[in-house]
Design a protein. Structure first.
Length: 81
């Protein structure tokens, strides 16, 4: 039997060091390599986090409303310029 991984997530308010408040974390996805996590927020903002350092690698507005689902396939795409 293969081990199973469970992720328990509750809504959490997240603040960036720049002072930007993207709102509540609404969804999370882990890259296949496990090296990064993408978080989607109630404001439509997304961030890419490094799992080893916890640092925000990138952040971008991705949607006009809540991001309720994220699917990571292959490499995490770069945000729009």
């Amino acid at each position: 039997m293969e081990p199973q991984l469970f992720l328990l997530c509750r809504q959490h308010e997240f603040r960036l060091s720049s002072g930007l408040n993207p709102g509540l974390v609404r969804s999370l996805a882990v890259s296949p390599s496990g090296r990064s996590v993408v978080a989607g927020f109630s404001s439509g903002f997304m961030v890419l986090l490094d799992t080893r350092t916890g640092l925000v690698l990138r952040g971008w507005p991705a949607h006009e409303g809540d991001i309720l689902q994220i699917k990571v396939t292959g490499q995490v795409p770069s945000p729009p310029a």
